[in-house]
Design a protein around this ligand. Structure first.
Ligand code: 5GP
Length: 209
């Protein structure tokens, strides 16, 4: 069935602690035509995480092997752990006529931009409302130790310097309204695309007759 949907690569990046995971989950709930690209990682699973849902948790050795076999669109190292987006997710979401959502960092976003057409990508950078709020969220998470929290905070500050590489930059004050804005932007892209297609076929008819 042709739903008129053209699969887009949607990238959402933000420093950890800006509320990205909650945001991505809510976005998928609100937009049924989006599939999440589940990444592979060599980092340890946190207590609340599920293998195959949050990430595919693999050993470093397995990750390196998969990378050698050209399994990933892109990979990156964060906090001494390896992360990567597999190619297979794109094919399966295209089959379903769905957009695909990448919850990845700026390094991964850069790689995807270098491999795919600009028109196929909608990328968002999500900022936390303030530095103190960011720190509060990192501490509240309670899943990382103090050293890890400080490492993530300095990494977050560094990551934020890359916001200008993205088409859209949003401040995540309230997750519901951030999701609403993201949804509107994706729908707007779809509308423009459909309009372009319509005009193209109309023009063809005018020229051909
Ligand atoms: P966390 O360990 O908090 O789940 O993720 C740490 C960082 O790695 C986050 O910025 C997250 O977006 C990023 N990340 C997760 N999966 C991938 C991936 O497949 N590729 C890249 N480049 N970054 C990822």
């Amino acid at each position: 069935m042709n739903t008129g949907i053209e699969s887009k690569l949607i990238i959402i990046s933000s420093p950890s602690g800006a509320g990205k995971t909650t945001l991505c989950k809510l976005l998928i709930k609100k937009m049924s035509n989006i599939s999440l690209s589940i990444s592979y990682t060599s980092r340890n699973k946190r207590l609340n995480e599920i293998n195959g849902k949050d990430y595919f948790f693999v050993t470093r050795k397995k990750f390196v092997n998969l990378k050698k076999k050209n399994f990933f669109i892109e990979t990156a190292t964060n906090f001494n752990n390896l992360y990567g987006s597999p190619f297979k997710n794109i094919a399966s979401s295209k089959k379903k006529n769905n957009h695909i959502l990448f919850d990845i960092d700026w390094k991964g976003a850069r790689k995807i931009r270098s491999k795919y057409k600009k028109d196929d990508i909608i990328d968002f950078f999500i900022l936390p409302p303030s530095k103190s709020e960011l720190k509060k969220r990192l501490v509240k998470r309670g899943t990382d130790n103090k050293k890890e929290i400080n490492l993530r905070l300095s990494y977050a500050i560094d990551e934020m310097k890359h916001y200008s590489e993205y088409k859209y930059v949003l401040v995540n004050e309230k997750v519901q309204s951030t999701v609403k804005d993201i949804k509107k932007i994706i729908e707007y892209h779809q509308l423009i695309l459909n309009q372009k297609k319509f005009l193209k076929s109309k023009l063809k008819k005018i020229i051909d007759t």
